[in-house]
Design a protein around this ligand. Sequence first.
Ligand SMILES: *Cc1c(COP(=O)(O)O)cnc(C)c1O
Ligand SMILES: [Zn+2]
Length: 403
Amino acid sequence: MFRLVCVRCAKAYPPDEIIYHCTRCGHLLAVEYDLDAVTITRSAWEKRPLSVWRYRELLPVSVSPVTLNEGGTPLYHLTRIGEELGLPFLYAKHEGMNPTGSFKDRGMTVGVSMAIQLKKSSVACASTGNTSASLAAYAARAGIPAVVLLPAGKVALGKVAQALMHGAKVLSIRGNFDRALEMVHELCLTHGLYLLNSVNPFRLEGQKTIGFEAIDQLGEVPDRIVLPVGNAGNISAVYKGCVELEKLGFLERMPMMTGIQAEGSMPVVRAIREGLAEVEPEPHPETVATAIRIGAPVNAEKALAAIRKTGGTAESVTDDEILAMQRMLAQNEGIGVEPASAASVAGVKKLVENGSIDKDEKIVCVVTGHLLKDPETVIRQCASPLEIDADLPSLLSALQSSS
Ligand SMILES: *Cc1c(COP(=O)(O)O)cnc(C)c1O
Ligand SMILES: [Zn+2]
């Protein structure tokens, strides 16, 4: 049982109304449950497999879900990086281990299930890449068509490959992500497609389960949860989930929500640093971490509240810091992530170095997408394989000279 409620003016809408913004004030909507009617216990949850659907009492879906077995991703203890930073309790939740290789699957299993529940017959999104890969796969699973709009030339190769192979109608627009989102929004409002960007409140419901799982895996609430921030949907979602757990009496304290952005695309960081009530959009966002190359984050209002209400913070990292941490995760921990994902751990490094993090904190970094999403950025950083003659002496001499 739920309703949709405006995050600004609290106007409420029925669960079956197809609406993305408040008709009174234009702000975003959020799903609100009747938590008094939720009777699930933590121990009952823990008997179910770790997945998005473990938490179905706190999800809006009543039809049979459109699922590819999302969630249940590993939580890794970062022993070597932790040692280097002096953080004994540093963890990474590897969301790249979802069916299409990013956390977007958590949102899409719920979002596409809701499209079916609301009897919509086609879906659409604008995307920096992962949303389109995920939507294409879940639309294929549901047997309905999908349209995706990408900023031309700014989407990592693996993500485009997925969207194409899963059969979405893929369009590259000559403009950035923020413009693609405006266009797809208008298309959906005028032509009846169901919009599955993170303005869609149901996607965030699926994404909040990252936090639920991390708490269950750690066996306690982490002191801090660190996420890379693009549209700011994910950090808002994880916070919303924690608020619900707290209201249910399942949470002894709130984790400090901490958002990391790339230096060339950091409107949320600026707003936190300068104490602004709203973010000022960045007109020309630029970063190697294309998944967070977003100048006008649609969920910024929710994210600022999440950070401020939990005593968290926001920090920026350079592209070099992002890529250095991508290599460190890959080479020192065996964890392969795409650049945007490495931003969360790179941000922790920076926050430790400037004294903003207490060393005994239990910290969960959400690493959001898989290494294979962006092979081109990987190849640019690494030396090509050495080509040698097919005999043992050549092999031995190559091993000697490269060691
Ligand atoms: C979408 C995405 C992000 C940003 O998440 P937001 O909810 O837009 O803040 C970060 N990393 C990866 C890999 C993503 O796909
Ligand atoms: Zn409103």
